[in-house]
Ligand binder design. Structure first.
Ligand code: FMN
Length: 170
């Protein structure tokens, strides 16, 4: 697949096959995320990998009952790690670490798509509950829950704003 084909093929998938993710594919996704840009190359984020069914179930509950989170073989959690961006003061702690984590998650989504896998960016969750389930230290803020698996649905592309509305040419 070319990059353009990957971008066009990616969908938010919320129904998954009961089929494991090959370890080498998971590693490739994690390596792709690790190639994402970050402020000052400080990589002020962390990636947590969950495959234990009970923990995935607890994450689904923490994600306000989005049950598909429990029905995938692997769930990734991207967290902002503010202290790693301390060099940039308040902007690093409030913004760069968030941007670092989210761009890495976007890379992971595209990498998964390129490997024939599916994901769904899950941002609606109870932060305190996710912290508890994932056992996050105080300095990490959970930002993106990313279930990864093989799609059991094939939804059409979702609409987008026209470029004439989205893009402001100056
Ligand atoms: C910041 C953010 C938060 C999101 N949170 C959720 C979520 O909690 N649950 C969900 O099912 N999808 C969630 N999505 C996925 C969007 O609904 C989806 O990307 C959008 O409808 C466009 O569809 P597409 O990804 O298939 O192109 C989220 C996406 C983003 C970027």
């Amino acid at each position: 697949m070319t990059l353009w084909e990957v971008i066009e093929a990616r969908r938010s998938i919320r129904a998954f096959q009961d089929r494991p993710v090959e370890p080498e594919k998971l590693e490739a996704i994690l390596r792709a995320a690790n190639r994402a840009p970050s402020a000052g190359n400080l990589q002020a984020y962390e990636i947590h990998v969950f495959s234990d069914p009970a923990t995935r179930e607890a994450l689904a509950v923490a994600a306000l009952g989005q049950s598909f989170v429990a029905r995938v073989p692997v769930v990734l959690l991207f967290t902002a790690h503010a202290a790693r961006a301390a060099k940039y003061g308040r902007r690093g702690a409030e913004l760069y670490c968030v941007q670092d984590a989210t761009v890495a998650a976007a890379y992971a989504q595209l990498a998964a798509t390129a490997l024939g896998l599916a994901t769904c960016w899950v941002g609606a969750f109870d932060e305190a509950a996710v912290r508890r389930v994932a056992g996050l230290p105080a300095g990490e803020r959970p930002l993106v829950i990313l279930p990864v698996g093989y799609a059991a649905e094939n939804p059409p592309p979702t609409p987008r704003r026209p470029l004439s509305d989205l893009v402001h040419r100056h």
